[in-house]
Design a protein around this ligand. Structure first.
Ligand code: GAR
Length: 191
């Protein structure tokens, strides 16, 4: 069984779906979550993790340099000896030191095709450009912004959408199914 620490900054809906799949779904017996970590002590997702009986830790990143903050994060998480760092709406860029320490073990979900749109607001970008479909990317994290090796891409049909909320709704439903599937792919290819 592999150990994955989930990193969140806010709502935590992807985290919730990974917890669910690891408990009773496609990740059962493959992935356990010893900790959910947040850089935002007020993240609503922390409460959801606790309600699910998962240990949580939060360290505020506010006002700290990437290097100093990430050193504190490493101190907090390294005792769990994670096989994976699973970013799920973690809105803080990782320092090169952190990325090197967990090289090849950091995974992210991005609400767009990372080859076409990097950074924030992937759904807004798709909506404002009137795209007939967009893609969700699951990828390894390297030192660039959304430039790491792509593990998988999944289409989201946007035909007929009239609002950004509708784009987000369709996109998130896809994310919740697709992220656990890609985690399963990574874990089973490696073991
Ligand atoms: C998700 O749409 C995720 O793809 C996105 O943030 C949202 C988090 O929602 N991530 C990024 O934009 C990373 N650049 P959640 O907290 O409910 O999982």
């Amino acid at each position: 069984m592999k150990k994955g620490i989930i990193f969140i900054s806010g709502r935590g809906s992807n985290m919730e779906s990974i917890l669910k799949e690891s408990r009773n779904g496609i990740l059962k017996g493959l992935l356990e979550i010893p900790l959910v970590f947040s850089n935002n002590p007020q993240a609503p997702g922390l409460k959801i993790a606790e309600e699910n009986g998962i240990k949580t830790a939060a360290i505020s990143s506010r006002g700290k340099s990437r290097e100093i903050f990430d050193k504190e994060v490493i101190q907090e998480i390294e005792k769990y000896l994670p096989d994976y760092i699973i970013l799920a709406g973690y809105m803080r860029i990782l320092s090169p030191e952190f990325i090197r320490k967990y090289q090849g073990k950091i995974i992210n979900i991005h609400p767009a095709d990372t080859r076409l749109h990097q950074g924030l607001n992937g759904y807004k970008w798709a909506f404002e450009n009137g795209l007939p479909e967009t893609k969700i990317t699951v990828h390894f994290v390297d030192e660039g912004l959304d430039t790491g090796e792509i593990i998988g891409l999944e289409k989201v049909d946007l035909s007929g959408v009239e609002s950004l909320e509708e784009v987000e709704k369709r996109g998130l439903a896809t994310e919740h199914r697709f992220y656990p599937e890609m985690l399963k792919k990574i874990i089973t290819n490696q073991s």
